[in-house]
Design a binder for this molecule. Structure first.
Ligand SMILES: *[C@@H]1O[C@H](CO)[C@@H](O)[C@H](O)[C@H]1NC(C)=O
Ligand SMILES: *[C@@H]1O[C@H](CO)[C@@H](O)[C@H](O)[C@H]1NC(C)=O
Ligand SMILES: *[C@@H]1O[C@H](CO)[C@@H](O)[C@H](O)[C@H]1NC(C)=O
Ligand SMILES: *[C@@H]1O[C@H](CO)[C@@H](O)[C@H](O)[C@H]1NC(C)=O
Ligand SMILES: *[C@@H]1O[C@H](CO)[C@@H](O)[C@H](O)[C@H]1NC(C)=O
Ligand SMILES: *[C@@H]1O[C@H](CO)[C@@H](O)[C@H](O)[C@H]1NC(C)=O
Length: 378
């Protein structure tokens, strides 16, 4: 009760006295094609208010907001370093009150044909940084290694990481994920004849690959390296399982999610953001591996008919999520969607026991962050 009162007073203080923007939804896109699909739409105008935030990418130096500042958009720039830098700058800018804000990462991704198809809209519970590993070039691996990738501190593929950096795995609020996916299911997703033709090449993978675009609950995997091919796909399927003790499903492949989540987690450590209010939505633009009878290189460099469809579906599905949160703000979302699963990082920094990895390094309690100087208001 005291906590509730304090945080209420604090929000009022921050929101009113300092006049900070307190968006209900912050859309996080990574590059221009993902950003532009949100402009000139009938539902809301993100270009009504532009706010310069120091520390953003020079390509996207301003945050865009609706005139009432309820919905805003950050474009981070691509890759893990750009993503982490931009989100860190946003969270610590002092320009926004993000304590009650829902974050919607909304980007395109590669996709595992075993799990989903191009054009589909995925919502993740786990984000796994598969690129954070040892690597030996495949031409130099021992004959019993199926891949040159293996967890840091381990002695070969299939073993869990021993040298842990903290960004390997994040777990998000599954109840919020379900709510967001349910909103997205109301969307009439885009598709094209070119996509359908491309999917037909993947008939060996079954109906998950050849079916129409749908909303799929499956997980997201991050690496700075834009990988492609059957062997790396299978190697990272294995990594995903090993890093999450079998829980996560390798599905959406991309270059930013763990970076965005780590920056938000840092914000959550000092209560600048609420880690239970994060949605990671990725729409599938291309398969992560070739179909039968095509080389990995030809598949990587060939046409990607899913790209325009995936970009459109970011907005088509994303608008439903944004509108859903805002429509049910007073009745449901203002107070937060209570998670019933572990949320946070592999270290257990926000408290609780991760259901993956070696266990909390903070004894299940939240990490203690010393007070800032000048001190907090309360
Ligand atoms: C905001 O910036 C965009 C370009 O990024 C521009 O098209 C738009 O007109 C700007 N809005 C205002 C209100 O200046
Ligand atoms: C299709 O994907 C779902 C997850 O969305 C998975 O449970 C199922 O096993 C997949 N089917 C095949 C044939 O791999
Ligand atoms: C997909 O979007 C394109 C471009 O707006 C449009 O021409 C096409 O009719 C859409 N297809 C479906 C199935 O919605
Ligand atoms: C993935 O793991 C399975 C089971 O351990 C193994 O048989 C397979 O060779 C691995 N594949 C790759 C590419 O690492
Ligand atoms: C791959 O090529 C072989 C030999 O030409 C053919 O029999 C097979 O049907 C092809 N597979 C696919 C999925 O196109
Ligand atoms: C995950 O697997 C590792 C390696 O087998 C094990 O040490 C760890 O205790 C497991 N973590 C959980 C939460 O089950």
């Amino acid at each position: 009760m005291t906590w509730l009162l304090t945080s209420l007073l604090y929000s009022l203080f921050v929101g009113l006295s300092l006049g900070l923007c307190a968006p209900k939804v912050f859309i996080i896109d990574l590059f221009v094609d993902e950003a532009e699909v949100w402009y000139n739409i009938p539902e809301f105008n993100l270009l009504a208010k532009n706010i310069t935030v120091p520390g953003l990418s020079p390509l996207f130096p301003q945050v865009h907001c609706t005139s009432d500042e309820q919905i805003c958009q950050l474009v981070t720039g691509e890759g893990e370093i750009n993503a982490a830098s931009s989100v860190t700058a946003l969270v610590h800018s002092g320009i926004f009150n993000l304590r009650d804000t829902y974050f919607l990462t909304a980007g395109i991704a590669g996709v595992n044909p075993k799990v989903a198809t191009i054009g589909s809209v995925t919502f993740a519970r786990y984000a796994v940084q598969v690129g954070l590993q040892f690597e030996i070039d495949a031409r130099e691996i021992p004959s019993n290694f199926p891949t040159g990738y293996f967890a840091q501190g381990s002695s070969g593929p299939g073993m869990p990481p021993v040298s842990i950096y903290g960004t390997e795995v994040f777990e998000l609020n599954d109840n919020l994920r379900q709510a967001a996916a349910n909103f997205a299911k109301a969307a009439h997703l885009n598709d094209s004849a070119d996509c359908q033709a491309n999917r037909e090449l993947y008939k060996d993978f079954g109906s998950n690959a050849t079916g129409k675009p749908t909303v799929v609950l499956c997980d997201t995997v991050t690496s700075d390296t834009f990988w492609s091919g059957t062997l790396l796909g299978e190697a990272f399927e294995n990594t995903t399982k090993v890093f999450t003790n079998g829980s996560a499903t390798y599905c959406a492949t991309q270059q930013e999610d763990n970076a965005v989540l780590n920056a938000l987690l840092r914000g959550a450590l000092t209560k600048l953001v609420d880690f239970s209010r994060i949605i990671v939505m990725r729409t599938a633009s291309d398969f992560d591996r070739p179909p039968a009878n095509e080389t990995a290189l030809a598949s990587l460099l060939g046409p990607a008919p899913g790209f325009p469809v995936a970009a459109l579906n970011i907005e088509i599905a994303g608008v439903k999520v944004v509108e859903g949160i805002i429509a049910e703000w007073g009745t449901k979302f203002a107070g937060g969607i209570k998670p019933s699963n572990y949320i946070g990082d592999i270290f257990g920094s926000l408290g609780g026991e991760p259901d993956f990895g070696p266990g909390s390094i903070f004894g299940g309690k939240p990490a203690v962050i010393p007070k800032t100087n000048p001190p907090d208001f309360f």
